[in-house]
Design a protein. Structure first.
Length: 259
């Protein structure tokens, strides 16, 4: 990865935001995909805008996008795109969705962007460097105990009964009256900036979590699967992010995770 890749990634986020903003709180077409999740004109327009740039400037790089699938490459590099993570929030006019852009080299995310184009907030994570929000370094916060922790997740409806039971076992040990539902990738951005302590989710796909890894790690936090293992392209979508790495073992113990 080079400084030019960071510049390019920011251009991709700019292009996505330009495509998305005209649709926000406006009329647009939408439909349900095979898994019943919604997709809108804005999702497709944003991913198409990103792909046009990559096809022109990085033709040998692979691309994996939520809406238009996989394009093979020959460079050993892969761009991972989720044009709107949090489409339900976008459709409801809530500015807590985000565009996720990641660059993988040899299967490992080395660059990640969480871009909230309505609030004009952009978190950039690069391996070996501090995470930034609008070009200013951010850090996650210290959390002395689970009982003081603010826990967030996208929603209980995304857990299976089994995973939901594990999640609630954790929730009861946190400051559960401050627990947050909704937010998708925005929760991870807020964790990186020191406003949330723990995010736990299940059922995520590579395009949902690849960009989060450099952002969380560069802020001083930690991100893993439910067994405490690093996330990678073959991870099963169970995700834990903690702002204070000292709390990861506490979270794993509370989840009573044995898979």
């Amino acid at each position: 990865m080079t400084p030019a890749d960071i510049i390019l990634a920011n251009r991709l986020a700019d292009a996505a935001g330009t495509a998305i903003r005209p649709f926000f709180r406006s009329a647009f077409d939408h439909e349900s995909k095979a898994d019943a999740s919604p997709v809108t004109e804005a999702d497709r327009a944003a991913e198409a805008a990103i792909r046009r740039i990559l096809d022109a400037e990085c033709p040998r790089d692979a691309i994996i996008g939520e809406e238009y699938g996989e394009k093979p490459g020959s460079s050993g590099r892969t761009w991972i795109i989720d044009p709107i993570d949090g489409t339900v929030s976008f459709m409801a006019g809530r500015p807590i969705f985000g565009s996720l852009i990641a660059l993988l080299e040899d299967g490992w995310p080395v660059l990640g962007i969480i871009d909230q184009c309505i609030n004009r907030e952009r978190w950039v994570g690069v391996t070996g460097y501090p995470t930034t929000l609008n070009d200013k370094a951010v850090t996650s916060r210290i959390c002395r105990s689970l009982s003081e922790a603010t826990l967030a997740t996208s929603g209980p409806q995304y857990f299976s009964q089994h995973d939901g039971d594990h999640f609630m076992a954790l929730a009861t040990k946190t400051a559960h009256k401050k627990m947050l539902f909704g937010g998708d990738c925005y929760n991870y951005a807020l964790l990186a900036s020191g406003h949330i302590d723990i995010v736990v989710e299940a059922g995520l796909k590579l395009h949902d979590f690849a960009a989060l890894i450099p952002v969380i790690m560069g802020s001083g936090g930690m991100i893993s699967d439910w067994s405490g293992e690093p996330l990678h392209a073959a991870s099963d979508g169970h995700v834990i992010a903690v702002g204070d790495p000292a709390r990861l073992d506490d979270v794993l113990e509370a989840l009573i995770c044995e898979h």
